[in-house]
Design a protein around this ligand. Structure first.
Ligand code: NAD
Length: 496
């Protein structure tokens, strides 16, 4: 069985790890590899190596760092398809979708190539007689990224391009369910000329994570994953004095107004709910229809959801692949059961789907549950599967209230042709990322990505300008080069 190792100090290593976890091919429903699960001594080795590398990397010139980033960008671009297929085989998503995730990560690399501009400081001339003041930012040191299974390439790329460009050394702890993308990328970094130990990969579970959270050599932690773990990471790492950004789970709503084009809204809702089998933190999992929009939308949505082609991610005719594990499939199915038992109308039912030639795969078909109320389990839980709940509301204000009462606040969208309603929605809704006739409003790399409420713990959103701020800290210098000797004052310095 293939063994997936760590990457420490520029090479693949097994370290002290003896524990191993299974890595499945979700379409086939069988184990295809084993991944090492690190011990705290492995974490320590990576942190020590990264700490030594930081001394040189943080002193390297901007042009040197940009050169490495440009080379990395070229390699990633050239090998996008290969990486996408690796992701499909471990995650299950269709290859075109996996390529899309690599592309969105690549855009963060391109953003980070501009680090000389991004880290330009400010200068104030003559703040007092013969005194100038200027500010600039410096890297933090060794920083860690802990990432979820659903975007094994893109989510880590929300973090490390900016962190490394800013002069930090990075330790990635990817999901143990699809760990190969991290090693693929480590090899590309080495080929791009990144010095050893600036980028490291520690495979593992809670032992590895806790090792990073508690290690005094780790200055900052970026986390993306579910809300309970995000809360835990934020609490433990901040208690240990680290800077933390912890992005959590989601329950993303789309409001559909009666003036929206039903075909447009329905096509985009189906893609946003069922793309990547609903395993996206920006997937739409609840549609809130206003007034007569509900019945009109359901007619079209019913038909379009049945048209979604479910199959292996390697089959170019598939729209949607399997979910990640048998446990995930069983949990999704039991939530659909509960929706039915609690009074929802399962209009389109993805339970029990069989895909020819992939009978053991972890498949759940597209599911639409109408007349969902906000107290049902199917609404209160983040399902993270291809299930769209439809909640009926009377007015746009009622629909906004539904969203604002939900504990999550990652993404949301509105379908409408009324600019006034769209403006009210974007101003009133308590959510970090908003789409107007755009159902999956993932910000571009030069903006920052992040939710509100239980979808984000910490101050900073990820990548974009917030990413640069997160991975650096500021200094302000006040300087005088005296030509004559001034008498020093014992009073608070003021401008004269
Ligand atoms: P998860 O929280 O189970 O795991 C995320 C990471 O935490 C993994 O690396 C895992 O090994 C580690 N981990 C898991 N349990 C742990 C524990 N008890 N102690 C310490 N570490 C632990 O999430 P997942 O199932 O891999 O990913 C899906 C979740 O991620 C969903 O909730 C989804 O909404 C969320 N997500 C959020 C965003 C966002 O931008 N907000 C993006 C992608 C995914």
């Amino acid at each position: 069985m293939r063994l997936i190792t760590h990457w420490i100090d520029g090479k693949s290593t097994e370290g002290d790890s003896t524990r191993r976890g299974p890595v499945f091919n979700p379409a086939l429903g069988s184990q295809q590899a084993e991944v090492l699960l690190a011990e705290s001594s492995d974490v320590d080795r990576a942190v020590q190596a990264a700490g030594r590398a930081f001394e040189d990397w943080s002193e390297s010139s901007f042009s040197r760092r940009s050169q490495v980033l440009f080379a990395f960008r070229e390699l990633l671009h050239a090998r996008k398809r290969e990486l996408a297929e690796l992701i499909t085989d471990e995650h299950g998503k269709v290859v075109s979708d996996a390529e899309g995730e690599v592309q969105r990560g690549l855009e963060v690399v391109e953003y980070a190539c501009g680090i000389p501009s991004l880290l330009k400081g400010d200068y104030s001339d003559q703040v007092a007689s013969n005194v100038d003041s200027f500010s600039f930012r410096q890297p933090l040191g060794v920083v860690a990224g802990i990432t979820p299974f659903n975007f094994p390439a893109m989510v880590p790329m929300w973090m490390y391009p900016v962190a490394i460009a800013a002069g930090n050394c990075f330790i990635l702890k990817p999901s143990e369910r699809d760990p190969s993308a991290a090693l693929f990328v480590a090899e590309l970094w080495a080929e791009a000329g990144l010095p050893d130990a600036v980028f490291n990969v520690i495979q593992g579970d809670k032992v590895a994570v806790d090792g990073l959270l508690d290690h005094p050599g780790v200055a900052a932690v970026s986390f993306v994953g579910s809300t309970p773990i995000a809360r835990y990471i934020h609490g433990r790492a901040t208690a240990n004095g680290k800077r933390v950004q912890a992005l959590g789970g989601a329950k993303n709503h789309a409001i559909v107004l009666p003036d929206a084009d039903p075909e447009y809204a329905s096509t985009h809702l189906a893609a946003a709910a069922f793309g990547s089998a609903g395993e996206r933190c920006m997937a739409i999992s609840a549609a809130v229809t206003v007034g007569v929009a509900g019945d009109v939308l359901m007619e079209v949505l019913d038909h379009q959801s049945r048209e979604v082609r479910v199959g292996s991610g390697r089959d170019p005719s598939s729209d949607m692949g399997p979910v990640i594990t048998p446990q995930a499939r069983d949990r999704i199915v039991s939530l659909i059961d509960s929706g039915e038992q609690q009074g929802g109308n399962v209009r389109v039912d993805g339970r029990g789907i069989k895909v020819p030639d992939y009978e053991n795969g972890f498949f759940v078909g597209p599911t639409v549950i109408d007349h969902v109320s906000t107290d049902m389990d199917v609404y209160t839980n983040e399902i993270f599967g291809p299930v769209l709940s439809v909640v009926r509301a009377e007015t746009v204000d009622d629909a906004i209230d539904v969203i604002n009462a939900n504990p999550y606040g990652n993404g949301t969208a509105i379908f409408t042709s009324d600019g006034g309603a769209a403006r009210k929605f974007m101003r009133k809704v308590k959510v970090g990322m908003i789409g107007i006739n755009v159902p999956v409003p993932v910000p571009m790399a030069y903006h920052s990505f992040g939710g509100w409420k239980d979808s984000l713990f910490g101050e900073h959103h990820i990548h974009g300008p917030d990413g640069v701020r997160f991975y650096t800290r500021g200094k302000v210098v006040t300087s005088r080069w005296p030509e004559i000797h001034h008498r020093a004052s014992f009073d608070m310095p003021t401008a004269t």
